[in-house]
Design a protein. Sequence first.
Length: 352
Amino acid sequence: MNLLAIIKQVIEAGASDLHLVSGHEPMMRHRTILEPVEGHGMLTPEDCEQALEQMASHVHMKTFDEHLDSDFSFEVPGVARFRVNAHKQRRSIAIAMRAIKEEIPALDKLNLPEVVSRMTYLPRGLILVTGDTGSGKSTTLAAMIEMMNHRYAKHIITIEDPIEYKLVSRKCMIEQRELGDDVPSFASGLRHVLRQDPDIILVGEMRDLETTSAAITAAETGHLVLSTLHTVNASQTVERIVDMYPASQQNQIRAMLANTLQAVVSQTLFKRLDAPGMVPAVEIMLCTPAVRNLIREGRVFEIPNVIETNRALGMTSLDSAIANLYFNGMITREDAVAQAAYPDKLERMLAA
């Protein structure tokens, strides 16, 4: 197997992902559809093992040997960088690779609502970008950091698993710490980051209670904290955070979250109908006094109504964003209904 040749074909095709699995041809995800990478035949267990050995460092190979899973970044100079997950399936190695663009796209080129740009002016608090895997969360966060990097003279520290976009210090001084190589865990990195004089902190993912608690504490102490969660809308995001805590602590965390949370940006990607590529539908929740009261009182189920009635402030529900894409001829009706939060309601909206 010629790994470099496969990678070049994937990048030239504009695909987002590459999958190497024994017993299958190399497969790439192109505009959401899995397609074979032509001309390479079926992969053997030995092919996948050799590919992993070419990409993984000694540290990541050790992690893989111990846990049968390893996440790391891999770069082919002059071609592309990848976020890589190596794992076992049917007792052989399988590899999933997500292509990362070398150049960070400008925030205004991502088809995001203008209010996302305004969030980069916030001095403190917690901003969450949420969505399914592959919904563009990392790209949105990198673009937000890059906008602040051109505007402020501040200290930015990121904790990532693995480092995706390479951020270049411009006006800001930027440090990027990668799990495994620079820091043992998100929670450990966050425990020590407050001693490192940061202004802005990027946490790759709030994946457990310890990390979530540390991120909220950092936001409470006057820092701007950006992070991600695998949730599909704003109300589910708040519920997920509260549910991480024991019942005895949930009232306290609701109060802390009501004080620190500034905004939730929830993204869902669609294949474009009018042009090549993808386009996001974005739900925006801004933490107005009304939203803070709902979080504090545990009435999260009322958040969608507040979002709908505060469009003038820049808030948008997921279904309204999907409907706008459909009415602008950017996505199909079938895709719109399939991804909607309330499919029946959206169908009536599209038929009106």
